[in-house]
Design a protein around this ligand. Sequence first.
Ligand SMILES: *Cc1c(COP(=O)(O)O)cnc(C)c1O
Length: 964
Amino acid sequence: MPDQPTRNRATDGGPARDFADRHIGPDPAALAEMLKTVGYDSPAELMAAAVPDSILTAPGSPAPLDLPAAASETEALAELRSLADRNTVRTPMIGRGYYDTVTPPVILRNIMENPAWYTAYTPYQPEISQGRLEALLNFQTMVSDLTGLAVSGASLLDEATAAAEAMTLARRATKSKSSTFIVDADVFPQTLAVLRTRAEPLGIEVVVADLTEGLPEDEAFGVLVQYPSSAGAVRDPRPVIDAAHDKGAMAVVAADILALTVLRSPGELGADIAVGSTQRFGVPMGFGGPHAGYMSVREGLQRQLPGRLVGVSVDGAGKTAYRLALQTREQHIRREKATSNICTAQVLLAVMAGMYAVYHGPHGLRAIAERVHRQTARLAAGLRDRGFTVVHDDFFDTLRVRVPNGAAGKVEAAAERGVNLLRVDDDTVGISCDETTTDGHLAAVLAAFSGGDKAERPAPEPSSHLPQDLRRGVDYLDHEVFNTHRSETSLLRYMRRLADYDLALDRTMIPLGSCTMKLNATAEMESVTWPEFARLHPLAPLDQAAGTVSLVRDLERWLAEVTGYDAVSLQPNAGSQGELAGLLAIRGYHRGRGEADRDVCLIPSSAHGTNAASAVMAGMRVAVVACDDSGNVDLEDLRAKLAKHEGRVAAIMVTYPSTHGVFEETITEVCDLVHGAGGQVYVDGANFNALLGWAKPGRFGADVSHLNLHKTFCIPHGGGGPGVGPVAVRSHLAGYLPNHPGQPDAGPHTGVGPVSAAPFGSAGILQISWAYVRMMGEAGLRGATEAAVLSANYLAKRLEPYYPVLYTGDNGLVAHECIIDIRQIAKKTGITNEDVSKRLIDYGIHAPTMSFPVAGTLMVEPTESEDLEELERFIEAMVAIRQEIDRVADGKYDPEDNPLKNAPHTAEALTADAWEHPYTRAEGGYPVSRLRRYKYWAPVGRIDQAYGDRNLVCSCPPPEAFEE
Ligand SMILES: *Cc1c(COP(=O)(O)O)cnc(C)c1O
């Protein structure tokens, strides 16, 4: 092994410091000290000891990666600038579910560009997440009000996948024996395509029907109708909904969220489920995403909702508090019986959309919708005046214009005038207005149609084209929060207050095992909101997106290089969706070889819940493989399962390094055994931060992996999304990657169909991962992996005298995370892993992962980005907590009334006139002295989870709830 460090470090503080030196927390002196504690002379030696020889890219020393040399922050930003300059932003009037919108600057800067919001984690620890939980509750209230349905979830990945989730919800929740789902012929094409991708493996037959003729006779378990339709028509969905109910089917309405401010709600019209996108509520299009999809359901279906749901509960003092509700229906608990595989969703974007409603209020939103409608009506009048046929009389914001054999010409003429229209077919042009549509845009469109050079004047005030009996009053968003913050000062302070409630990466390490909460560098984030990237419509012609496409191709190539695979698709919007795409590729491969019977997916008992849920969605049966006492896949059990399912094994899904935080020595043997049985090997790449630059799954025996760009590749978690979950495959699976009906270049023509609404998924945030790779370069990436593994081993070594570390490899080392076992402590003292997690809040530290993959434990992943001082702060807290536990054990603390059981302590509780606990206030609030200088106060005490599930409330509580 080479002995010298793999990166060149400039002297401290010098101008030549590499970006890698800023990304990696510990400096060389700290790394040396940590190495000494762990007992190795160099990071390379540690890696060689920790990682099995059989998987090291080249045993002994890693093979070089073919990546460009590391760029500085300035250089990378200059390259991004020139990529941005290669994009052409035309006024996007294409529609199809994506509309230009004005992100209120106060929301742009204080949420979208604010690390207090974008670096937060999923709110599983509700006491330190009250801000984002409140913002999500605003989102749920908004969706529930506008759709007229009782319960809304806290966001889904996009409209098309929300529609697919609605389809499977309808199937679960109806008694109908039918396997037919009827879909409106006038639905967004990408929605139909995703429905088809998702229906096929589940044996659901998608029947497309012109619903203006009424519902077909077929038996069906559900119907989806688009409102307004893809072509812009506003039709009364009641006849379809009633006919669906008559045959025992559920009615799903895919509704435009802005149109609902002026149209009667799906709930009022009888729908069981509403789905859609909230993109046009202030979230940039970003060439496809990320945006928050929504789903709301009528009373009685809330337990079937996919994804996360925020609910109201109370804390120990009876104070109103928020937390995630009905968790037991989610994939991390129910696994293959889960209602869906959704884990990471779109929290940051849901927060933005909810704040857009707070910013505008009900009357503001309605005024926007009315203006959009007015502009559309003026355009329609202008086109009719000039002799063109506008197909529908009742519309909201979208027109279909008949131009026999002339569509291409009109679209081109509009493009010359700076406007993108939709070429529906040879004879039809689609035009959609939005919040940003000016008279100038209308004039340009009219000029394009009439062939005039001069700007044309659109018609004056027209009449409404909304059908009389579908018009809606302002019967929504009457809650205080949507009617209070009319001044920017007020809204700014509201957003700041919510941010202050929460602990995000801008205040503390978030040592969550399996989640890789590392630095999201500002230079990586900066270009996300540049209009050249942010304002691109996902269906804009590719030549207008040359810069983004070039960036996409770079990233695909770099990810293929570092993983050792042959082809990559960036389309999946989260790890869970990458899993589904990868399994669909395996399914397609087996079918292509005439082995359609292979439908068993082997999954080790330690796997993440999404794995099993995804396997079911891909039409597979889950067979669990046991783990042995040291946490490794039990090879005997694997052999037994392979024999039992002989000829039926489709795949094994293993996480590497394992979810136990160990580099399993037997991984290559696992791959060989499964291949020998004719199965494919799926390596869940969520833990790729332990391998990057050192080993390539595509070379050590795997056929397919997904990566989580929001873990290893620096996309921030956003409080629970966005994410990007690229799927990477070896060449034999490449023909089965996702593709897209709206963009032939987005995937292979032989592909399995889309798994996301947009051709390139959440293309608007790929700059983050691009910049990370570009600025780290080979040596930086390899150094980051070294530092991540070293930090985890350092924590394991330092904490071992106080807490047992559950699993290690043969050499006594862990990978990039370690599991601290609290089960014995709990048995002896009654202090649980939850008590330790809540007590860490009093120390100002975010809890590690609780009870995954082993109940009663804490999984700690420091990542490479935390410096030694922060690691020491964590160690100090954990050691102090251990001493508190000992006091409980010794009887010095009461077993129930002690600082651990009462954690977190609010300022209110500690300053109350009465203090009746048998420990001091200072022991409660300032257990270590550094807290006297800087202290985070949780806004609520420990939250009663069960109370909230017994009394389910999932929209804003009335103001009285907050009265003292
Ligand atoms: C995070 C994670 C997933 C799920 O990824 P999402 O992006 O949240 O959908 C799957 N497997 C493992 C091991 C993970 O840690």
